[in-house]
Design a protein around this ligand. Structure first.
Ligand code: ACO
Length: 274
């Protein structure tokens, strides 16, 4: 049976105790990304990015999939039938929210509960951290239906995997499970599906104890320096820290004070009291 889901229902979200739980919500289509879903996700990211009650954003998937990649019918076939302008618009809408995630104000965690294919590597890489169910399946399945891994997927494969694993993954069209994805560096950790949300909540709670300005500066720094020479990175990091100081000079002074003067905590063992 074909379900017609309203655009605003293609993404589900709720905010609970500082965590924005956002889900791709087309379980009947294994959360594949249609133009409607891509547009709605951008609206949801807009809504949540600067809210004071959001400390961390978690991106999950409803049902058995995280995301079965691009919607081959609505994103490819139907869009191509409408011509190049429609294709470019659909690309802007999908690449747009993945890019938005890469530079999101709040820390982001991918919680990969199930299938994760092709285009889904865009938001997977967009999230700062990624935790997967051992049962999840990851694949660059593009080659199985006759295209190359586009939309950044080839780039993401070489960013996250060794050259040999990236090449094998892209050329063979075989899936790997969550455990192998963790071993290969696609995700931080894999654990049984039943324990996934608990672990992600734990990580989100640790992140929420940190200075949020320092966290945003840190996540941007880790992404930026990948593409820089050592000297450029050194210079960028000096300037990025000085820029962060201008937003939040008191934070780090307080961090030093609680350690050196009050001996209340040890930075080597945890965060200062904000
Ligand atoms: N595009 C369009 N429709 C899809 C997609 C997709 N990527 N993935 C699933 N669906 C639809 C199916 O057509 C089906 O629709 P229907 O109920 O109207 O027939 C529905 O979702 C359920 O899919 P099933 O195949 O019945 O679900 P199952 O759980 O048996 O299999 C699986 C899940 C393995 C994810 C399978 O759906 C699949 O192979 N999907 C395609 C995965 C893929 O290769 N994606 C493209 C990656 S490349 C890229 O993103 C550029």
């Amino acid at each position: 049976m074909t379900t017609v889901r309203a655009e605003q229902d293609t993404v589900a979200w709720t905010v609970e105790e500082g965590i924005a739980w956002v889900s791709l919500n087309r379980p009947e289509k294994r959360n594949c990304m249609s133009p409607a879903l891509n547009r709605q996700m951008m609206r949801v990211l807009d809504e949540l990015e600067f809210r004071d009650d959001v400390g961390v954003l978690v991106l999950g998937g409803e049902g058995s999939a995280w995301s079965a990649g691009m919607d081959l019918k609505e994103y490819f076939r139907e869009t191509e039938a409408r011509g190049l302008g429609a294709v470019r618009q659909a690309q802007r809408e999908s690449y747009g929210w993945w890019r938005r995630l890469r530079w999101y104000q709040k820390p982001t965690i991918a919680m990969v509960n199930g299938w994760c294919f092709g285009g889904a590597y865009g938001p997977l890489f967009g999230c700062d951290l990624a935790f997967a169910a051992e049962e999840a399946q990851f694949g660059l399945s593009e080659i199985n239906w006759g295209i190359l891994p586009g939309g950044g997927a080839s780039k993401i494969a070489v960013e996250l995997l060794s050259f040999r694993n990236a090449m094998y993954h892209a050329m063979m069209g075989e899936n790997i499970d969550g455990r192998k994805a963790a071993e290969w560096g696609l995700v931080n950790e894999a654990l049984p599906l039943a324990e996934l949300k608990k672990r992600v909540t734990e990580v989100a709670c640790v992140l929420m104890e940190k200075n949020p300005i320092a966290l945003k500066a840190t996540k941007d720094a880790v992404r930026r320096v990948r593409e820089m020479t050592f000297d450029n990175a050194e210079d960028y990091l000096v300037r990025a820290q000085e820029a962060a100081n201008s937003f939040d000079n008191d934070g780090r002074k307080e961090g030093i004070r609680q350690f050196i003067d009050e001996k209340r905590y040890k930075p080597g063992l945890g965060a200062y009291d904000k």
